[in-house]
Write a protein that binds this ligand. Structure first.
Ligand code: WT7
Length: 658
């Protein structure tokens, strides 16, 4: 390293605040600091600004109806169609021949769809769904990887008013069955397989196995042929080849159905404290307005941009910021099928250079992996097209933030560290890149119109520097409306901790811990419930636990998250074997398989530790905190309140922390 570089490095390491570059501010979609006050003074009417980004078939009567809080309604009696907003209106405008989706497969093949072509594909698939008998409000399950047919199917569903429920392709057969059962979904769109690190991966067998676990009759399954000759598969009687069906609908025209603003756009299942996934319900008007608004204000998306959110559409990040937000704004959104290190560790940067990407949005876990691989990979490419960078999914440590800033952004791009959740629909806490300074590691202030406060266990606001809990004290258009078929759980999970029901004062509790500084910048510390965050993926420890105790030979188990250099957190399983079962490699293998079968590879345990007992308090509660400390290699702290303190050393000895 030259002396100059070393000096630069040292300066960067110490620098605590960063100003957005002048060149960025000058062109930013939002750059007037007055927006915070404007939103506060005009709340809730300020949200008309978000609704104005959409084309409404019928104007709404009221911005917010809070009569039945916390079952809030937004843009009441407004009517619109999400597929119309994401496609047709851009075709009717001047973007018919501009690229809507730019896709690259892992093996290097590309497909791009102009808005006109996307419209054609979506209409043909919408006609296909109708032909199969899908009616408005039927839930269609999409179990697809990162191929263009996924957003096409989502938009086709939206076009005919059939809510989609996308199940992440990496989830197991069991997970698919659980979700199809929960929504009583009778239609499935899936594919034969996809490519991972050059190998053809069988997906259809997993889908078929999942279908066996569905309790009701599944009327039709549509199978996309992604692998061609690389994977032969048979189709059952109710299974159809995607291309065959679509060919029958060639040139079909399907008018977008008129949907009420509050009609369900989709369901997204996410993990909670109990073993049962929650079906988060998002709506047509509020969700679309909110994702369009945050894409405009935070990601600074403009129609002429090539925008790349390197997430998977199977998670909320992909729904909001690969599909709905960017397409509502008429931009070019990119999709990449594969892994970031295939064939080489510079794949992402090659794609940025090749497509002249303007905006890049990814997760801290990816940034930490890039960092580990080394700065030589981005250095091989011209990344000067980039204007803005974003991160999402978990806290980002200042070192990773600065690496991203320097080696990807060339110290010339603002970074937005966006805190939000599946349930919030879109971003909640983040700097506005054309306005605020940035502090590495801190997401920033709440967005205009969002009343986030950091409080103690009693709900009192805490002082700067102390740790407390995030609460949201007013509703917002992108919020979940309920948990599917479970209003009671909706209230219990999100609205019971800090609300004053008698006074009709409702406070949303996201289950995150945080700190706030003198400038009102919020540093999110992580979940305070039994949910862990592995590589930005949300997993319920209880879901994993029930998979483990379901394994023959396991008597009891506790699953916790432990710190991990790249993944943020990793899964640690502590298990007690049943009498008569040996705790060797074979049992370990079975536990591993049990987790893979019931959830999928994302939940794969980092370590499985067999122990004769679990550390318990005198009242018999498992001391999870202690197990987390062991997994993270942290100080164990006081163990004197345990009923069985001797097991702690025994367990700690077995855990090899790298
Ligand atoms: C949880 C939500 C938001 C889409 C992807 C994850 C954590 C999210 C940040 C951030 C610190 C973050 C929180 C949250 N989280 N973004 N910028 N800084 N933590 O959605 O699967 O619903 O998970 O992710 O703990 O509660 P999700």
């Amino acid at each position: 390293m030259s002396q100059e570089d070393a000096n630069l490095e040292a300066r960067l390491e110490e620098q605590e605040t960063f100003e957005p570059p002048e060149s960025f501010v000058e062109q930013a979609n939002v750059s007037d600091p007055g927006i915070y006050e404007e939103f506060e003074e005009n709340w809730p009417d300020c949200w008309e600004r978000a609704a104005d980004l959409l084309s409404w078939e019928e104007e709404y009567d009221t911005v917010l109806d809070d009569d039945d809080a916390p079952f809030y309604e937004w843009f009441t009696n407004g009517r619109l169609n999400a597929s119309y907003n994401c496609i047709d209106r851009h075709v009717e405008g001047d973007r018919a021949d501009e690229v809507a989706i730019e896709w690259e497969g892992e093996l290097g093949e590309t497909r791009s769809y102009t808005y006109n072509e996307l419209l054609e594909e979506v209409e043909e698939f919408a006609a296909t769904l109708r032909e199969l008998g899908v009616e408005e409000d039927d839930i269609v399950t999409l179990y697809l990887p990162m191929i263009p047919e996924l957003p096409i199917a989502m938009l086709a569903c939206a076009r005919i008013g059939a809510p989609h429920a996308v199940v992440f392709a990496g989830f197991s057969a069991d997970a698919l069955a659980t979700r199809m059962n929960a929504g009583e979904s009778e239609y499935l769109v899936t594919c034969d397989g996809y490519y991972r690190r050059g190998d053809a991966l069988d997906h259809i067998s997993k889908a078929n196995e999942g279908l066996e676990g569905v309790d009701h009759e599944v009327s039709d399954v549509v199978v996309v042929d992604r692998l061609g000759d690389d994977l032969e598969h048979d189709l059952a009687d109710n299974q159809h080849d995607y291309d065959d069906l679509v060919a029958e609908q060639a040139g079909a025209s399907v008018d977008p159905v008129s949907r009420d603003a509050e009609d369900m756009l989709f369901l997204m299942y996410t993990s909670g404290t109990t073993g049962k996934p929650k079906g988060v319900k998002h709506t047509t008007g509020g969700y679309l307005a909110y994702t369009a608004w945050t894409s405009h204000a935070v990601l600074d998306v403009e129609p002429d941009d090539t925008y790349w959110c390197a997430a998977d559409i199977g998670w909320i990040t992909g729904h909001s910021y690969i599909v709905y937000g960017p397409l509502a704004l008429g931009t070019t959104t990119m999709m990449y099928e594969g892994t970031p290190d295939y064939p080489e560790k510079d794949r992402m940067w090659e794609l940025v250079e090749k497509n002249s990407v303007d905006i890049f949005y990814t997760a801290p876990t990816a940034i930490r992996a890039f960092m580990k691989w080394g700065e030589q990979y981005p250095a091989e490419h011209d990344l000067s097209s980039l204007r803005l960078l974003g991160t999402v999914g978990e806290p980002i440590n200042p070192r990773a933030w600065k690496w991203y800033y320097k080696h990807i952004g060339g110290e010339n791009c603002p970074i937005v560290d966006t805190w939000w959740q599946t349930e919030t629909g879109g971003m909640m806490i983040t700097t506005l890149p054309g306005i605020n300074e940035m502090k590495p590691g801190s997401a920033g202030p709440p967005l205009p119109g969002i009343d986030a406060r950091i409080v103690d266990a009693q709900g009192e606001e805490i002082s700067a520097g102390e740790a407390g809990y995030v609460t949201i004290n007013n509703p917002w258009p992108g919020m979940l409306r309920t948990l599917y078929n479970n209003d009671e759980r909706f209230i219990n999970e999100y609205w019971s901790e800090y609300s004053d029901e008698e006074a009709d004062e409702w406070v949303y509790f996201p289950e995150d811990g945080a700190k706030i500084d003198e400038d009102g910048f919020i540093t999110v510390l992580g979940r305070v419930d039994d949910v862990i965050n592995v590589s930005g993926h949300r997993l319920g420890t209880m879901e994993i636990e029930s998979a483990v105790v379901g394994v023959e030979g396991i008597a009891e188990a506790a699953v916790v998250g432990g710190d991990h250099e790249v993944k943020g957190e990793a899964v640690y399983v502590y298990a007690i074997s049943e009498d008569g079962y040996e705790t060797g490699d074979e049992l370990e293998e079975r536990v591993m398989q049990g987790v893979l079968d019931s959830i999928g590879p994302i939940a794969k345990p980092e370590e499985i530790i067999f122990t004769p007992e679990l550390p318990k308090t005198r009242s018999g509660k498992i001391m999870r905190r202690l197990l987390e400390n062991i997994a993270s290699g942290d100080e164990l702290g006081n163990t004197s309140t345990l009923r069985n303190p001797e097991v702690v050393d025994e367990i700690a000895e077995q855990v090899d922390i790298d």
